[in-house]
Design a protein around this ligand. Structure first.
Ligand code: NAD
Length: 298
């Protein structure tokens, strides 16, 4: 069993750290939120007052933080972990951030002799809780292999997309596609509903037809169609609109850099950005279902 420091215990990091503790690893946990720390303590992790204390003497450091500046701050900021990490430790950053930020942090750590991989995840909060996440890694083959002892107890698939930063590119390609599927599924369900169809029946029909996709399978955006998904819980407890908007911004930046054509990705980025600006940033991303509701009849 391994010794692991886990930094960032939110919707994703909390259940991921809990699964590591459940599997028998020693987990040293840190988050700025007292409530998040308390929850993982109850799941068997040991709570620490700082990231610096949590990483002392462990083999692996896993982070699951919101965005670029959080990751850069934790590792490279004033009194950042780069000053305290040791050469025998492996840093596994599971946050979804820009590939540039991953390469920057990884490069600075490498200069100090510390091994780093980016390992963003797919599978949502359900996958984090069930331990069925997909890890999409960037780093050397040997570092990715070394991480498996930890990743295998939080997920069921570990892919290596390429060198440091490549995990982030693959991850935003996936999330850009997911956003398109979520908006398209929402439109189809609203169209059927507005024409008198039962969204449950319509979902079953599309699930067995050519419109089948992940959102219909496990994350239906229409309230009441599926149990235990954010849409049936007032759009709470999943993947925030603000985080999806961030990922779609990253996808557009990445596309611009290489001149890739991503018209659908640009459209969904604008939809999520405007949905956030209308006050829905803290709701689950499937709440976009309400953005595409039919106009009231005049
Ligand atoms: P979240 O907002 O629920 O959790 C982030 C946690 O990080 C919070 O508990 C916060 O207190 C903590 N934090 C922030 N700064 C910190 C610091 N300096 N030190 C310690 N802790 C700090 O976010 P989440 O949904 O868990 O997402 C985390 C990452 O995973 C994001 O990059 C997101 O894009 C990605 N992701 C999320 C999902 C999902 O379904 N929620 C799915 C895949 C990937």
């Amino acid at each position: 069993m391994a010794t692991v420091a886990f930094i960032g215990l939110g919707n994703m990091g909390g259940p991921m750290a809990a699964n590591l503790a459940k599997a028998g690893h020693q987990v040293n946990a840190f988050d700025l939120s007292e409530a998040a720390l308390k929850a993982v303590e109850e799941a068997g992790a040991k709570a620490f007052n700082s990231a610096k204390d949590a990483i002392n003497g462990v083999e692996f450091v896993v982070s699951m933080l919101p965005a670029d500046h959080h990751v850069e701050g934790v590792y490279l900021g004033d009194d950042g972990l780069v000053n305290y990490l040791t050469k025998d430790q492996l840093v596994i950053d599971c946050s979804t951030i820009s590939s540039e930020a991953a390469m920057f942090v990884g490069g600075e750590l490498e200069k100090a002799g510390i091994a780093f991989i980016d390992a963003p995840v797919s599978g949502g909060v359900g996958g984090a809780k069930a331990g069925t996440l997909t890890f999409i890694c960037g780093g050397t083959e040997s570092n990715v292999d070394r991480a498996r002892v930890v990743l295998n107890d939080m997920g069921k698939n570990v892919f290596r997309a390429g060198d440091v930063g490549a995990g982030q590119i693959a991850k935003i390609c996936n999330n850009m596609l997911l956003s398109v599927l979520m908006v398209g599924t929402s439109e189809a369900l609203q169209l059927g509903k507005a024409n008198g169809l039962d969204p449950k029946v319509l979902s079953e029909i599309m699930l067995q037809s050519s419109g089948r996709n992940w959102t219909l399978e496990v994350y239906n955006p229409c309230p009441g169609v599926m149990e235990n998904v954010p849409s049936s819980n007032d759009y709470q407890g999943g993947f925030l609109v603000d985080l999806m908007a961030k990922d779609l911004g990253l996808a557009q930046q990445t596309a611009l850099k290489v001149g890739a054509a991503t018209p659908m990705g640009a459209l969904t980025r604008n939809l999520y950005h405007s949905w956030s600006q209308q006050g829905h940033g803290r709701q689950d991303f499937s709440s976009i279902f309400n953005y595409v509701q039919p106009a009231p009849k005049k």
